[in-house]
Design a protein around this ligand. Sequence first.
Ligand code: FMN
Ligand code: ATP
Length: 313
Amino acid sequence: MKVIRRLSDVNINDDTGVALGNFDGVHIGHQTLLVNLVETCRLKNLKSVVYTFSNHPRAFTSENGAPKRIMNLNKKISTLGELGIDYVILVTFDEFQMKLKAESFVRDILKNTLKMKSCIVGFNYKFGYKAQGDIHLLRTLSKDYDYELNEIDSIEIQRQTVSSTNIRSLIRDGNIQRANLFLGKKYSINGQVIEGKKVGRKMGVPTANIKLEKNMLTPSPGVYLTKVNIDGRLYDSITNVGYNPTFSQEEINIETHIMDFREDIYGKNIEVHFIDRIREEKKFPSVTELTIQLKKDIALAKNFFEKRQFTIW
Ligand SMILES: Cc1cc2nc3c(=O)[nH]c(=O)nc-3n(C[C@H](O)[C@H](O)[C@H](O)COP(=O)(O)O)c2cc1C
Ligand SMILES: Nc1ncnc2c1ncn2[C@@H]1O[C@H](COP(=O)(O)OP(=O)(O)OP(=O)(O)O)[C@@H](O)[C@H]1O
């Protein structure tokens, strides 16, 4: 898969099928649309293209700014690659993109630059200046600009539409099981292992503290059952998200205790996959009482992992 970061660098010789959207999280709705894109392109001999942005358009268009990301950019790109996409156009959403009228976007970018023959969008997709473009406009313009429009109906789970917005609030509420259902895989956080307060090991519960990337969403504070990927191997783990109130820390911290693991992994990039939330984070009257609770959490987690097999998809 080729990633193109500037429209002036686009040099695709073949006709294309294009999917449009932000694709944060690459959830079940996105996956349905993208599988459809890849299949349509295979049948019609087109190259598959995802047109998306490196920053969230709401950074420009909304007073509240961009929402926190479910998935970092590298992970989004690698997930699109795994789905078999040929090209990702990853442009910066800026003044130019914001002011582009809906029809100019279709004519200048989709048709003249990307040679689009097939366009795939979801039922609710909006684009162009002041979000004036939608599926109806794309349908109308398809005759003038000679492309077929493939509309994806709303993908719903248990009568709720799957959307990045809904998934963000599920994660913020700690409802990881439902977020995972909507994502079609385990919600995960990637990051480098950094030094913590170094009190965990004194309590007999060493933890890998993860450096959070800017603009990333964090789950509701609490204790989670997790699987952690280190150098391509998956380990059972238990992860605390929060402010370590027993020690009154100010910044939110994500730290994972990997079961029966004693290697030095400072500086490594690891990925923590969330399975379920088991309790709130609490302030304990003493370190001894916190330690007793940690041992109970670990025993519960071990018991859980012994009984069930987990995949990250
Ligand atoms: C499974 C687990 C549960 C935890 N629960 C709490 C908690 O309820 N309250 C709290 O103050 N800290 C909690 N912590 C965080 C510990 O306070 C933290 O691991 C300790 O401060 C070590 O920090 P360090 O890695 O910076 O040395 C938890 C940590 C783990 C691994
Ligand atoms: N549940 C869904 N069913 C079908 N198509 C969807 C669904 N969710 C998103 N899409 C489509 O996938 C593409 C990318 O979606 P995009 O990331 O912009 O929307 P989203 O997931 O609804 O995000 P947000 O909640 O931020 O609006 C768009 O064409 C959109 O219409």
